[in-house]
Write a protein that binds this ligand. Structure first.
Ligand SMILES: *Cc1c(COP(=O)(O)O)cnc(C)c1O
Length: 347
């Protein structure tokens, strides 16, 4: 008989949002960017393939990408590591800081991958409820844990706690604090500026959302070199493929292109949120590329289902049935969504 670790047998695997194979969907369920990546990124990948060989292994530490990061963010390369998506980096941080019986604290609701990663470690997830206004829970600030995680801006709410609150958290915590900044380019502030002041701060970023490169799988982890030295021990030798490194380097050179798309998405977010409010939804104030809309006490499963029949995918969470998370697409996509919603509600 095959014996599987009890911790694995007992846990449920993380379930990512639907990725339909069929064409023709308006996909507003997994917070991808509706705009394509910079054409220069694509050109660079093609050019690379035409003249270089994939027979060789990639650089183990993604040196060229880290050099670009130094130029773009002004953070020395010893303070950053590159990952196969930021999910890999979150995984590594849990591996390094949360062992069996340890406690990982994070405000809840949030990205449910944290729970999965804690279970894989046989660590205990400590889910501390956000207050109604989604400010930082005081119990979380004072919690004694082996690792704290804060998704900021948070998913699935889109809400963001101010930098002063993050500073309080860092000062009050003896343990490492992992800030998941997957959506930070859509917000007005980042904790990167705090790096030099707090030796317990780790910041995870990704090219998946603001840079339109979810398929490339590249993330960054910024932290004090003493921390990164430990995290690096846990990574695969060649964790970031050659193509991903080439694409990431080009994308960072094209950050202006990405930030223009971010501005477009923020403008769309603003009018779309207002339109949803006019339809009677409560819309959480979002600093991300999605909005969480809510009709207190109503089960919105049927809205999700009806939209899906009309080829519009949004995210429905069984644990949070009176809310839907809607990615901000192009203006046209959001207009189609609204038109369908109005029809459904009327019918
Ligand atoms: C999308 C997302 C990630 C994962 O990003 P990848 O770089 O694609 O792995 C991490 N954290 C949160 C909160 C996300 O929404």
């Amino acid at each position: 008989m095959i014996v599987v670790r009890e911790a694995i047998r007992k846990m449920e695997g993380y379930v990512p949002g639907e990725q339909p194979q069929e064409e023709g969907y308006i996909k507003l369920n997994t917070n991808e960017n509706p705009y394509p990546p910079s054409p220069r990124v694509v050109a660079r990948l093609m050019e690379f393939l035409s003249r270089s060989s994939l027979a060789l292994y990639p650089q183990p530490l993604s040196d060229r990408v880290r050099k670009k990061l130094e130029q773009v963010y002004g953070i020395p390369r010893e303070w950053v590591m590159v990952g196969n998506g930021s999910d890999e980096l979150l995984n590594l941080v849990f591996r390094v800081f949360a062992g069996r019986g340890d406690t990982v604290a994070y405000p809840f609701p949030t990205y449910t991958l944290y729970r999965t990663l804690a279970f894989l470690q046989e660590a205990t997830p400590w889910e501390i409820p956000f207050p109604d206004d989604f400010s930082l829970p005081v119990d979380f600030v004072s919690a004694r844990a082996n690792l704290k995680v804060l998704c900021n801006p948070n998913s699935p709410t889109g809400t963001c706690v101010p930098l002063e609150a993050v500073e309080q958290l860092l000062s009050a915590s003896a343990c490492p604090v992992l800030l998941d900044e997957a959506y930070v380019d859509f917000a007005s502030q980042s904790a990167l500026s705090l790096l030099g002041r707090f030796a317990n701060l780790l910041v995870a970023r990704t090219l998946s959302k603001s840079f339109s490169l979810a398929g490339l799988r590249v993330g960054f982890l910024f932290a004090h070199p003493d921390i990164l030295r430990e995290v690096l021990k846990a990574k695969d030798s060649y964790n970031v493929s050659t193509l991903s490194q080439v694409g990431a380097e080009a994308a960072l050179e094209e950050i202006g292109y990405a930030m223009e798309n971010v501005e477009k998405i923020k403008r769309t977010r603003s009018w779309f949120a207002q339109a949803m409010e006019e339809m009677g939804f409560f819309v959480y104030p979002s600093q991300a590329n999605f909005v969480l809309v809510r009709k207190r006490g109503e089960n919105l499963a049927f809205l999700y289902e009806e939209l899906k029949k009309r080829k519009v995918l949004v995210r429905y969470f069984r644990e949070w049935p009176d809310a839907l998370r809607i990615t901000i697409g192009t203006d046209e996509q959001m207009e189609i969504l609204l038109r369908n919603l109005r029809e459904i509600v009327k019918g």
